[in-house]
Design a protein around this ligand. Structure first.
Ligand code: AMP
Ligand code: MN
Length: 324
């Protein structure tokens, strides 16, 4: 889907015409949400704008190397005394989990299918591999300079949302943008090392424990990993250390879908990942969640003894529906 041509230019007009902006994204931030916000924040500051970035949740340690990270305010609510609120990489306004986002102008920039189009202006392009791809285009359109700090943030969003350039959402455009980012002189290997080879020993032990206890269903096509806070405590980890572990079972040839179940105070948080050809988004939607075709999630606030079985049944259905 190419963006309706009016939207990008309208967003540029709003950003160039105003002076004060508030940027936000979804709760439980990831590389794409942080990279998108920090890159756009820096570009707007460069243009002399007054920018605040407000997020609901603490930033996972893994992302503490991102330039400008200290500028993010962690708040459950905010005022919106700004010319526009810009919501990046967020499929619905409620997923920000920040209250008080009631500016007259809300700009919605995202790449999730099923975005609820909550903005006064919506630029939703499902064909973008990451929201950072859209932010790159926006920054260019604004005439801001692509500095190494901005490039680092954009690269991290792209690297993480494409599973290190492995998912079907990558295109020639992804690499064209990365070429431009690389030209700023950023150290691509150092960035990848910060993301992928800088975890804690606890995380490594947790990975071992989870894989050791992995359950396989449906002729080894479905892998289920389960974790609760007692396990984390015993190993000396926290929820942040879980980042990316859900993808590991997909390394096996037969596994088509990986399910990670987190038993938290807020209920069962379930992450779904699948190989190309199997759609887990519809399964997530069936339980009130959402996401992408190969990476989706849902939360069951009041789980019962059969909750997981019901999800697995729905995943079996998704597998039988897979393209061969
Ligand atoms: P996660 O497994 O939490 O990394 O999420 C994978 C994808 O699913 C992301 O694109 C999220 O935006 C989406 N997602 C996760 N949980 C939910 C939810 N409860 N509702 C809607 N989308 C979700
Ligand atoms: Mn994304």
């Amino acid at each position: 889907m190419t963006p309706p041509p009016g939207d990008l230019s309208k967003i540029q007009e709003i950003l160039l015409g105003g002076t004060k902006f508030l940027l936000t994204s979804h709760a439980r931030p990831d590389g794409d949400s942080l990279g998108s916000q920090l890159a756009l924040g820096r570009a707007l500051s460069q243009l002399g704008k007054d920018v605040r970035i407000v997020n609901k949740d603490q930033i996972p340690e893994l992302y503490h190397f991102l330039p400008g990270l200290e500028t993010i305010e962690i708040l459950p609510e905010t005022d919106s005394l700004v010319d526009a609120v810009v919501v990046l990489e967020c499929s619905s306004l409620s997923r920000t989990e920040v209250s008080g986002l009631n500016s007259e102008t809300i700009v919605n920039i995202d790449h999730h299918p099923g975005n609820t189009m909550y903005g006064t202006i919506n630029w939703v392009d499902e064909s973008a591999c990451a929201c950072t791809e859209l932010v790159f285009e926006l920054i260019e359109g604004l005439g801001a300079e692509l500095t190494p700090d901005i490039a680092t943030n954009l690269y991290v969003g792209t690297l993480t949302d494409t599973g290190s350039f492995r998912y079907s959402n990558i295109t020639a455009r992804t690499f064209e943008i990365c070429r431009r980012l690389a030209e700023t002189g950023i150290d691509l290997a150092a960035i990848a090392a910060s993301v992928y080879t800088n975890g804690s020993i606890g995380r490594l032990r947790l990975t071992g424990r989870l894989l050791d206890r992995m359950k396989l269903e449906h002729n080894n096509q479905i892998a289920v990993l389960s974790v609760d806070s007692a396990m984390l405590q015993e190993i000396g980890c926290d929820w942040d250390d879980m980042e990316g572990i859900v993808n590991l079972p997909l390394a096996a040839r037969n596994v088509r879908v990986s399910i990670l179940v987190r038993e938290t105070n807020a209920g069962l948080r379930v992450s779904l990942r699948s190989k190309t050809g199997t759609n887990v988004r519809n399964a997530a939607l069936a339980f009130g969640g959402g996401g992408h075709i190969n990476a989706a999630g849902l939360t069951i606030e009041k789980p019962g003894p059969k909750s997981l079985d019901t999800i697995i049944s729905r995943i079996k259905f998704a597998i039988s529906d897979s393209e061969e």
